[in-house]
Design a protein around this ligand. Structure first.
Ligand code: SF4
Length: 507
């Protein structure tokens, strides 16, 4: 394995400093093709796959490639296009590759926590792994591993690194069998792709909280977080990796193992936010679902207005649906500065004070003198919407009616979406009118949980909706409530730190 030296911390990109939106977990991608001595394509396919998944994580990117003999990892802080250039990709030759876009959910935002993670197995082979999700029994697993003398466990810095270490430490078992046994012991949300020199693996937790799909190339297989990553590399969608299923793909074909009984609890938040609008979930198109959420929102919270505008871009499909159902004209009143905030240039305090103006610019000629319905996807702390309402009024809007295509977010997510803590969630302490007053809107309306579930066309009992109703489908061990920096400085021999738990109150 070869890895570049870790860059200085100053290289950490200045992402979304003024944003209080929930951040989108991580993106994973894997590809297996028949062995090709000249094989250069898998790294490029993975590059494009990660490109299509860039919205899921913008802190770091990495690719691991196997040529059947060596497993090579290249990763760094930054966007996919910043981390990889043509010479780097050309040097990553092989027939198996996995890739990862990172947004941190456990472990800090440093180079060491970029993925794929890598460990040498006791058999002398390599193992690289990419993880989307968040385990809730990380501390218990780490303590058990420490007591069993698993090598290198004190240096583990994230739940993903811990899974890799545990997999690599099994001396008497092939990786395939070790993985099936280990994954049955993991609690929480995990969509994984991993590989050794010969085999590509993919696994999804028994609740299927986060997505993972299987695609077919003319000569090979692809696994990815979203169908958009299949489309970009010309792979056809085969099916979702099932909750509790692990796939192994090598020269002998594709094998499916079950390590947990499927008890589906897919993330409901994916339908209104997080995924690309061109993705599909459980066979349904995300764009169509979001438009239906907008139609339901219009029927739940009608208002007299002159124009419906989206907060681009994730608010767009719901705004289209709202306009359609309400009969109010649809238009664009905000232009997004897509690339601001995704730069290595650290903004100065003066620049940062521009806040939302760095990201959105109002179209004054469109807005002036109008009663606006502004459709956004979610409210977390309320800072974005407060600044937005002020900006629209300054641009000449007569009235600003805010409509949100998700229910109020009242509870933190422990399964891999980086919400604020409960204390920071504005809907955790204020009722709807309190939030309306806080953001300065003339009116505020959220789609109801029932309508969001109905628009998803999934049975309510097959969905996780914990951030909306506080009912967590995967039990939360006490350690999990400590939050995302669990492994930073945790004493793996210590008793659970119950005294530090106060984040979550029972609903
Ligand atoms: S708590 Fe919310 S964001 Fe987290 S997995 Fe459940 S529905 Fe998704």
């Amino acid at each position: 394995m070869r890895q570049p030296p870790g860059p200085p911390q100053a290289c950490k990109p200045a992402i979304d400093q003024s944003d209080d939106r929930p951040h989108e977990e991580c993106g994973v991608f894997g590809v297996w093709t028949p062995h090709d001595p000249a094989g250069r394509e898998v790294a490029k396919l993975t590059y494009y796959g990660l490109y299509a998944l860039q919205h899921r994580g913008q802190e770091a990117a990495g690719i691991a490639v196997s040529d059947g003999t060596n497993l090579l990892v290249f990763k760094d802080i930054g966007l996919v296009a910043q981390v990889f250039d043509e010479p780097t990709l050309a040097s990553l030759r092989g027939h198996i590759a996995i890739g990862h876009n990172r947004y941190s959910t456990t472990g800090g935002s440093n180079w060491e926590n970029a993925q794929p993670t890598f460990r040498s197995t006791k058999a002398g082979t390599g193992l690289a792994l990419a993880h989307n999700g968040n385990l809730v029994n990380t501390a218990e697993l780490a303590r058990r591993a420490a007591s069993e003398g698993v090598p290198g466990i004190s240096g583990v810095s994230s739940d993903s690194d811990l899974i890799t270490s545990l997999l690599a430490s099994r001396p008497d078992q092939p990786v395939e069998l070790a993985a099936v046994e280990l994954f049955a012991q993991l609690q929480g949300a995990f969509s994984l792709v991993f590989c050794d020199e010969h085999t590509l693996y993919a696994a999804r937790d028994g609740h299927g909280v986060h997505p993972l799909v299987l695609g077919r190339l003319e000569r090979g297989w692809v696994v990815a977080s979203e169908t958009a990553a299949l489309d970009i590399v010309g792979a056809s969608f085969v099916r979702e990796v099932e909750p509790g299923e692990m796939l192994a793909i090598d020269a002998d074909g594709l094998r499916s193992h079950r390590f947990a009984a499927p008890t589906p609890a897919g993330c409901l938040f994916q339908y209104g936010y997080l995924r690309r609008p061109d993705a599909t979930i459980c066979g349904g198109g995300v764009y169509a679902t979001r438009a239906e959420i907008g139609r339901r929102l219009a029927r739940e919270h009608p208002v007299e207005a002159d124009l419906v505008i989206p907060v681009p871009e994730s608010g767009t499909p719901a705004a289209v649906g709202y306009a359609e159902a309400s009969g109010i004209p649809y238009g664009h009143g905000l232009v997004k500065n897509s690339y601001v905030g995704r730069t290595f240039i650290q903004p100065s305090q003066t620049i940062r004070q521009l806040g939302i103006r760095l990201k959105l610019n109002p179209l004054r000629d469109v807005i002036r003198g109008k009663r606006l319905v502004v459709v956004d996807d979610t409210i977390v702390r309320g800072n974005v919407q407060r600044a937005l309402v002020r900006m629209l009024r300054e641009a000449g809007a007569l009235e600003v009616h805010v409509r949100i295509s998700s229910p109020p977010v009242k509870w933190p997510c422990f399964y891999g979406i980086d919400f604020a803590t409960r204390a920071e969630l504005i809907a955790g302490s204020l009722d709807i009118d309190g939030v309306r007053a806080s953001i300065g809107a003339d009116s505020l309306g959220h789609v109801s949980l029932d309508n969001l579930i109905a628009a998803s066309e999934q049975p309510a009992n097959r969905l996780c909706r914990a951030c909306f109703d506080g009912v967590y489908p995967i039990p939360l061990p006490a350690d999990a409530l400590l939050g995302k920096h669990l492994l930073e400085g945790v004493d793996t021999n210590a008793e659970p730190l119950e005294h530090a738990i106060g984040v979550l109150q029972n609903p």
